[in-house]
Ligand binder design. Sequence first.
Ligand code: DON
Length: 581
Amino acid sequence: MKRKTVYLTLTLIILSLIQGCEKNTNQGDSATIKQNTKAPPAMAAIAISDSYGAQVSQDILNAGGNAVDAAVAAGFTLAVTFIDAGNIGGGGFMTIKMGDEIAFLDYREKAPLAAHKDMYLDAEGNVIDNITLIGAQAVGVPGTVAGFWKAHKKFGKLPWKDLLNPAIKLARDGFMPAPALVDNVHRLKGQFVGKTNFNTYFASMKVGRLFKQPELAKTLGRIAKSGADDFYRGETAALIVKEMQASNGLITAEDLESYRAVWREPVRAKWREYEVISAPPPSSGGFAIVQLLKMKDYLDDSFQGVEHNSAQYIHLVAEMDKRVFADRAEHLGDPDFFDVDINTLISNDYVSKRAAEINPTAISPLTSINPGLESPNTTHYSIVDQWGNAVSNTYTINWDYGSGVVVGGAGFLLNNEMDDFSAKPGVPNIYGVVGNVANEIQPGKRMLSSMSPTIVLKDGEVEMVLGTPGGSTIFTTVFQVIINILDFGMTPIEAIGATRFHHQLVPIDLITYSGYTIGRPLPEQTIKELANKGYRSEPHAFEYGDVQIIMKDGDSWIAASDPRDRGESRVFDVISKTLDH
Ligand code: DON
């Protein structure tokens, strides 16, 4: 009898182990828990754009949530407190390492079904001023809520509503807006006067006074109750359509109903002893970072002894950037509409050929750069949980406060992501980047992005998690930060605080730099030496980049937030604590 009980118990244990394995290999959308089963490294880390996001992510991890739970809760929180870029009216990308599984979620906005190639051109065929930036015509079908819902369904551990509660409270009871946010709102509100309802919602914001968003609290409450259904098919969907009709926008109930976030294969490339995992098309970010990292190694001889941020260093990197931007303009677009041969574009063969074209001593003329086969409102955050799982998330409403259109009755801003399409071949968008057929407007198509949420692995484990806002400067920034750490021996905070520079093929021979508002412009001497080589150098039109990075440090992590903005980073021992309901 006793022996029978032992057998039965053993059988039950084996069965439950088999079931556990099945759960962990399930690729579907069911609410399975993907958890790293190894002994937890115990320390968790967060690098995020504001202190509210940091606190909520930490609370979620302390409550037993994993990195995806924390990322979803942080995303909803920033939609309330980091109005500059946190959003439910935009879209983004999430790169995930959960246990041994690597996943990439594309929740980028889409062109409405009524959109068409020449929709922004006047009778003479010129792009109409500001139409892709301000007002309802500029809005792409939002993807954030669908993305967070999908990420949570596949990987989440805590109940969905627990991830929204902190954001609901902050919207309902108010939060203390950061001085930088208040300044920014008041500096930019003028551009929306008489064009959108932005000022009705945000112009009353003051430093030192709680800012409450009752309509947004209700919207988040409905999403907490009904999930993505509310946003795409329920009351929120109806309010979006009503706003579109009132503001002459294109998005219909059918656009919302048919929107889907999608799992995609991320860009994965071996580089030195690392594996780089980043955003695939419709982002150009992953392709660009891998091209830059590999090209630099093929040019190792030319880089030998070249000092960090010296004129020669900037010249070599600018030559690499040019080629990346030429490929971006010609070959990158939404893979559901345009064939992108990403494997060739990041192959050693192809990149070594591109590296060989670089002239280490002189600027290559613009005409010789043919494609071989490109303060605003984006934010990035990086999270590593106590099990070593990681999320790298970048999401956006694009340019300053998106389209400036707030969904009446629902209280959230809508993006102006349509500007990321090429409205006309060769005509630069707000980031100065040009495009062609690959990125022309088509109904239901995703606009090309530069967002690059990145995870770097070493021996299969997380080594770095990083990303940044900055439009077309995003991947040149991520590249420079990785190189600052690995080739110049900088700490993460030094690497992200350093002066950064950028070149993007056009404008011709122009180097711009970021770091001037924190006392780190390019030195005059370097500017002179670059001028001798034929470059103009000037501060970038906006102080670009707000890098949030986590890096492995023995058994623990280093987390760092860009000194350019109000990010907060934390490394902490996870304690078991229940959530405040
Ligand atoms: O997807 C893109 O590349 C842009 N819409 C990102 C915008 C951005 O980074 C603005 N922040 N500075």
